[in-house]
Design a protein around this ligand. Sequence first.
Ligand code: FES
Length: 144
Amino acid sequence: MLYSEKVMDHFRNPRNVGEIENPDGVGEVGNAKCGDIMRITLKVEDGVIADAKFTTFGCGSAIATSSIATEMIMGKPVEEALELSNRAVVEALDGLPTHKIHCSVLAEEAVKAAVKDYYDKNNITYDPKIFCGLECGSCHHHGE
Ligand code: FES
């Protein structure tokens, strides 16, 4: 079978779909090649992710990866959410076909972009390099 049970489950019953009102962080990223867009909103309390929701205009794998990504970061300190790699997302879903790996990258980037937005809004200082994996446009530190 092409997709694992977990992927199918998160695709059919995605968790945490929607948009948090007055979010503390918003991350919206897109993949220029496939045209898919993913948006994650965060509620942060005392430095911990109290709630996370997503909307995706994208493929089934984008839905499944963002669904499980919101589950994985919830209840974690924001710094830990930053460490969420697309590889961890793929492992949690029991794998993705190779040509669908970029969908999990979108989930990782959306989480990072939302945390970055939270840091920026709250004047929390950080090393800009930690966001250098983000799509160009979010990153203003070329040549460092
Ligand atoms: Fe682009 Fe899945 S095909 S995110």
